[in-house]
Design a protein around this ligand. Sequence first.
Ligand code: HEC
Length: 159
Amino acid sequence: MSLPKSITTIALTGAIAISALALTANAEGHGANPAVAARQGHMQVMSLNLGILGNMARGNTEYDADIAQAAADNLVTMGAVNQRFYWPEGTDSESIEGTRALPAIWEDQASLMEIAMRYGPAAEGLSAAAGQGLDAMRAAIGPLGAVCGDCHESFQEER
Ligand code: HEC
């Protein structure tokens, strides 16, 4: 039932491009830098998909194995994007407006990569569990949510 991976990837790339355009069009400096817009768009795509699963886990929406699987698979696909163009030097929150990316990203790449490397296995784990029932899906959200949270704690400026 699921679309070939290449089509999913094209659809996702389109979604990112569209959200990047929306951010660029949104004056006020937010996302005026295309790399910043792209990485924020990437984050938004992950957030949308994780949110669908989170809502099921909390009982806000009814568990649906197909939908859960699709969202988890999207999260795996996002992990396959090479992020090298997202984080050019000089796009930290102390250098430009419209970003919450802390300078630590460029100063402590080892810690950043340590967290980033956990994303793939956590997303794969979620994908393996997502279609196997609410309890299995719920248990597999935690590890991925922790990857998001740990990175934000160290590398994203607080609001
Ligand atoms: C390796 C580090 C890292 C990981 C892993 C990570 N994030 Fe982020 N996230 C960031 C940074 C840094 C920013 C700030 C980006 C900016 O403003 O330029 C951010 C910003 C965001 C934003 C705000 C985007 C916007 O429009 O300003 C959301 C939402 C978000 N992340 C969700 C997630 C979710 C959901 C996950 C896990 C599935 C995740 N992130 C994983 C580092 C990370």
